[in-house]
Design a binder for this molecule. Sequence first.
Ligand code: GDP
Ligand code: MN
Length: 418
Amino acid sequence: MAKFLEYQGKEYFRQNGIPTPEGAVANTPAEAKAIAQKLGKPVVVKAQVQVGGRGKAGGVKLANTPEEAEKVAGEILGMNLKGLLVKQVLVEEQLKIAQEFYAGIIINSAQDVRGPVLMFSPDGGMDIESVPADRIATLNVDVIKGLKPYDTLDMAASMGVSGNVLRGVGDIVFKLFHMFQKMDCRILEINPLVATEDNKVLAADCRMAVDDQALFRHPELGIKIGREFLKEPTDIDLMGWTFEASDFRGTSYIAEMASPAEVAEGGYVGYHGIGGGAAMLGMDALNKVELKVADYADTSGNPTASKVYRTTKLILSQPGIEGYFLSGFMMANQEQWHHAHGLVKALREELPSKPGFPVVLLLCGNKEKESQKILKEGLADMNARVEIYDREHVYDASFIAGRMKTLVDEYRKEKSAA
Ligand code: GDP
Ligand code: MN
């Protein structure tokens, strides 16, 4: 899912008429100070990372002066929050909180629902999972009939919201649902939705994730890769994503794991897994024989030959790799001959320009006999350093990785002799 940081989500809140505290994002303590100065009132400084529970983990701090804002921003920036490095903080006007609510929408994909579920609780500010069920109102929204403004008012009233803030809460929850639909979200959550001492209602936090399959409808979001991606994508990552974005039959995934400079130091192979678990297993086996993976790739879910072909070509394009490893450590029920065809075409095109380049292929499962025949016949005349294995070795990861290591060593020796 394409996830957004709090400050990005709040920008979309404002565009959709949902009030938020005034503020801006800072990359340095000095910037935080300047923002606090401009706001001219006490602020809250909040770590911008994609995890919940930042408050408890020390990622949300109050500051009463610009100097204090600078100081706490210095404490939060660079901190490790649940495994993530904090690079930005949001500096916002402090709210005088009278009440904290929870409002959120998710897609419930259960057979009997298959649609958006709106949730509202008067016990905001804490993890919604820890709120008792009788303190959460839920509504499965019928997307054909749609939601009416009185639905969200009723919902809030049923949970005891009354008086001056009822209208504000109902209005925001109603707008939240429309934003959820308009932006093709999978998750959209305000926790806490705050009522202030002077009866204003504002979104004090935002959790937002957009459905990857809908990103093509939202170029305005500027998301280059419709997957969870915590780093700036590289050229290889971006190219790999085009295979997926242009063809949803089966899955092809590729992520660059080592920079070209690291690969140049030696010991890296191009890595091609089939299925997540099998891919992990193969990577482990390679690491045990002191080989590293330049990339992580996975073609599974019955991909087409063309997807396998393109992925294989991209893996082989990584400069400095000393081998190619197809990690098919599973009896896949997808038809493996598509893999065989894609691999043969890519290897036939690439190997002639890489004399002696080691290739180890493990492929088994459905249509295995046919696949093995395609691989063996397709590569027979290549005079290349290729070894092909089937189900006989599917439980023998250390043997297969050992073969890769032996071939890489041979290849290196030849290269250094030449
Ligand atoms: P999370 O812990 O990652 O969900 O981060 P939140 O944005 O929800 O902040 C955690 C808590 O900090 C909230 O539940 C509030 O109690 C508190 N908080 C956030 N903003 C303000 C503010 O402007 N004023 C005050 N007094 N407390 C705030
Ligand atoms: Mn929160």
